[in-house]
Design a protein around this ligand. Sequence first.
Ligand SMILES: [Zn+2]
Ligand SMILES: [Zn+2]
Length: 337
Amino acid sequence: MRHLRAPNMTETQPSAFRRLLSGVFTTARQWVDNDYCTTEEQAHAKDRVDWKRCLPFIIIHAGCFAVIWVGFSWFALAAAVLLYFARMFAITAFYHRYFSHRTFRTSRFVQFIFAVWGNTAMQRGPLWWAAHHRHHHQHSDDHPDVHSPTLKGFLWSHIGWITSPKNFPTDYSRVKDFMKHREIVFLNRHDVLVPVLYGISLWLIGWALQTWAPGLGTSGAQLFVWGFFISTVALMHGTFFINSLAHVFGKRRFKTEDTSRNSLFLALLTLGEGWHNNHHRYMHSAKQGFYWWEIDVSYYMLKIFSWMGLIWDLRPVPAHIYEEARLHAQNPDASHR
Ligand SMILES: [Zn+2]
Ligand SMILES: [Zn+2]
């Protein structure tokens, strides 16, 4: 997927204006095609903020201020909250527990629906997400980990790493198991399509409600600002807390080699992802709340999906992990692995 270009020393150097023009063209094309012209320099770039490339990400944040013009309605607020949780579910259940860890199985068609659903969260494509996440588990809080708060600081682990040119390309070698599904690769490559359709749909629904249900007090622009900008920004930071806060804040049940922690607060905010220490100890299970009192809404939803026949073979937590947790509760200082 990468198109690497070796420098040709016999070529005459282009003028500064042509270089600028070509840089703008390359960035614009990369906004709509992630795999376009991933250069050697980009793959080995230093960690820094690529302001041009992450302009859409900045616009999504700045767009929240448009609330000054579109105002408030209870309907728009309810839609934003609903869309937050509906898309958080897609991130945790599909992008994370399915595409990254394959903790259950499904059909190719339902897999595609899950990928589209997850893509509405605007956290890039499923394979980009899964490749980075698999890398995180392999190198948790170790030097190559791109979002470790203990190594690179809290802010970088939370938001900085996704603005770095080094982390824009998808490392397809980490997601070989999905490469035969061309529709998933296409979606990953052009991850801007679903968010654009999502935004247009919100505007049209708001406009229709303003026309036919004016009592709700909403409009196309208002529903767009609340559902596209505000809900998405909250969703992004809710998810990013797992990379940052869940490695800093909470309790540790298992003596994992990383700094992952369990937190009820983060589990409620992310529909189950807050049981991050559990997950780092055993990432192959569909559930992350290992006990009934560890609320894991995504798992409950996945269970309902399995009763409906949409998914199957949900992988459980093995007995030896429960035994390890029991021994650790009795003697927290000893190693039980
Ligand atoms: Zn982690
Ligand atoms: Zn994981």
